[in-house]
Design a protein around this ligand. Structure first.
Ligand code: ZN
Length: 297
């Protein structure tokens, strides 16, 4: 009997967790099922780990004083993130802070469930925190009206551009990188292995995507969109950047880099100090093209 309970308990717990964090909810967009494909978690560098599904990044930064989790992917990704954290030998209950890149369902949707399981503090830019507390999609979001919103997150604290906070020996800094949304945030920190320390950049989306009819060049709801993008490009062009992780891992060729690393390629293919500048260049070109299209209309 005791043996049976030992076997059944984790199963029952897993089922409860799945229901609690919304695994049974239907996928929230067309590409979501594809993005939510399981991914074996792995060490990025030092105390930084990839714990997201295959198509949406989620990063765990660990310390003896508790962990930081950046992004929760989709609502239906939460159980997968919990499993990945556990597979690495850590506990969701030890996640003390949850951060976010931007408040769209594919990066912030899972935070609701992950906060409930961990009891972690959720910290976000003032604009993002406002949307998180209300739920849904921000009215001045370029994609307002065409995307699924998020479930309201109960307690969210505001943070400011350049704010740094510490957990254990890790110091993590918020950089407001708006444009894709008015509250977009990227994150930087250092992770070390022995004497080798790397500057890690978790870069938010910088794509000018919108609902039909929205113009980045002339928007009443988001009049400073172009200035915001410029600020964000400048950040990427100047920030120390050894290892770049983008919120959609494919954007920075993460899986090619992981494969090359598994083949034993040296130097470490995960490290590319030019990656952030290259991403800024691509994002600038995308915005330029979008502006040209808008001006033709
Ligand atoms: Zn988005």
């Amino acid at each position: 009997m005791k043996k049976l309970i030992v076997w059944l308990l984790p199963l029952l717990l897993a089922t409860f967790v799945s229901i609690a964090v919304g695994q049974s909810a239907p996928p929230s967009c067309q590409q979501c099922a594809e993005w939510n494909q399981p991914q074996k978690p792995f060490r990025i560098f030092g105390n930084s780990y990839y714990v997201g599904p295959h198509g949406l990044s989620s990063v765990l930064i660990t310390s003896d004083a508790g962990h930081i989790l950046i992004d929760g992917a989709l609502p239906e990704s939460a159980p997968l993130i919990v499993d990945n954290i556990r597979a690495l030998g850590f506990r969701i209950e030890d996640v003390k802070i949850i951060l976010n890149s931007h408040v769209h369902s594919d990066h912030a949707g899972g935070i609701h469930g992950l906060q409930r399981l961990s009891g972690a503090r959720v910290l976000a830019s003032t604009w993002s925190a406002g949307v998180m507390k209300r739920g849904g999609v921000g009215r001045d979001d370029p994609q307002y009206g065409s995307i699924t919103g998020i479930a309201p997150i109960k307690k969210v604290e505001d943070l400011h551009d350049g704010e740094t906070f510490n957990i254990g020996a890790t110091s993590i800094t918020a950089h407001l990188t708006p444009g894709h949304t008015p509250g977009g945030t990227s994150w930087t920190w250092k992770s070390c292995e022995g004497n080798v320390c790397r500057d890690i950049v978790y870069a938010d989306s910088l794509t000018p995507i919108s609902t039909k009819g929205f113009h980045f060049t002339n928007s009443r709801t988001y009049p400073h969109a172009l200035d915001d993008f410029e600020k964000s490009f400048k950040f990427l062009e100047t920030t120390p950047c050894d290892i770049l992780i983008t919120v959609h891992p494919g954007v920075s060729n993460l899986w090619e880099r992981v494969e090359a690393r598994q083949r034993g390629t040296t130097p470490d293919p995960m490290v590319d100090p030019g990656a952030c500048r290259e991403l800024a260049g691509k994002a600038r070109a995308q915005l330029r093209q979008r502006i040209e299209e808008e001006l033709k209309q």
